[in-house]
Design a binder for this molecule. Structure first.
Ligand SMILES: NC(=O)c1ccc[n+]([C@@H]2O[C@H](COP(=O)([O-])OP(=O)(O)OC[C@H]3O[C@@H](n4cnc5c(N)ncnc54)[C@H](OP(=O)(O)O)[C@@H]3O)[C@@H](O)[C@H]2O)c1
Length: 287
């Protein structure tokens, strides 16, 4: 298809976690659709290698790097400033970078790592880039998450797992955080032209949890032969980012390109507002 006829031609899409798994597959598919794809990465050399790989696979030369360590508030602010100095408009933000760790880790900001990267980075980055999303006239925030939200709770008395930590507790909290954030964001952005939706990719064979110990590690290794490829798993992210039929559709949860039902807790507006306030405080943003 000639470049000028590609459906995402002229759209700027930023994908976090673009160096691996679901994020990389999403970036590749958006490049195939003609978008200018900004590859979120924390390591320049790794980002450049993925950029070259996507160019050779798709023929696209409209690729750039967005350098930021998403576990660091300072780094995210710098990355966003750099992006905003180059682009006045952002049509699609795909928040997909995330991780699983089997031991409690603390970031340079003193936060538990899964809380910081899986949840807080979605919140902070979206806020830093909101001027460009709003300036696009019609824009989409697509939040990659997981069905583990249904087993999660937000432990306001111990958000960083200082008193009690397990990988399961921290992971499920962060995933529920994605849903509460998405639904609250959609409510707050009503009428701005910016939509927000969340998705679960199913089980996908990526680098996630490779080498992880404990029950999650065992489960991942057992499930691996039955998991989807990253390309298949990314389809819902790409659908939410690009499907013309989803123009204006917001506050939804999608699995395999279809609307799905998330937990009752994920729809708790009070919980969402409380998490929003805490997240804004931790990100140095106004509530
Ligand atoms: N795979 C599944 O079956 C599945 C199912 C449901 C939900 N998810 C969610 O998807 C996310 C992981 O994606 P994936 O499965 O594609 O795993 P992956 O292959 O491990 O990719 C994770 C991506 O996140 C990036 N990342 C991690 N920490 C970062 C940081 N501090 N700053 C910037 N980037 C960072 C990684 O960058 P580097 O390349 O630099 O490490 C990589 O690009 C997790 O939140 C997970 O819960 C996955």
């Amino acid at each position: 298809m000639p470049q000028s006829e590609k459906p995402m031609q002229g759209k700027v899409c930023l994908v976090t976690g673009a160096t691996s798994g679901l994020g990389k597959a999403t970036a590749t598919q958006l490049a195939e659709l003609g978008a200018t794809v900004v590859l979120g990465c924390r390591d320049r050399a790794k980002g450049e290698a993925v950029k070259a790989e996507i160019t050779s696979r798709t023929g696209s030369t409209s690729l750039e790097l967005f350098l930021a360590d998403l576990s660091s508030q300072k780094s995210m602010r710098q990355g966003a400033e750099d992006f905003l100095s180059r682009h006045s408009k952002l049509h699609v933000l795909v928040n997909q970078a995330g991780l699983y760790v089997s031991e409690r880790q603390v970031t340079e900001d003193g936060l538990e790592r899964m809380f910081a990267v899986n949840h807080l980075a979605y919140f902070a980055l979206t806020h830093h880039l909101l001027p460009a999303l709003k300036a696009a006239g019609s824009a989409r925030v697509v939040n990659g998450s997981g069905g583990a939200e249904a087993m999660g709770n937000i432990h306001f008395d111990d958000l960083q797992g200082e008193k009690k930590w397990s990988a399961f507790r921290a992971l499920t909290q962060s995933k529920l955080g994605n849903f509460l954030f998405t639904y609250e964001l959609a409510r707050r952005l009503e009428g701005t032209g910016v939509t927000a939706n969340v998705m679960h990719p199913g089980g996908v064979k990526t680098e996630l949890g490779k080498g992880a110990g404990g029950p999650f590690g065992v489960m991942l290794r057992l499930m691996r032969p039955f998991m989807d490829t990253p390309e298949k798993g990314a389809e819902t992210l790409v659908y939410l980012a690009s499907a013309p039929g989803l123009e204006g559709v917001t506050g939804g949860y999608y699995v395999k390109n279809k609307p799905a039902k998330s937990s009752a807790r994920s729809h708790d507006g009070e919980l969402a507002a409380r998490l929003w306030k805490v997240s804004a405080g931790l990100s140095g943003l106004p509530a």
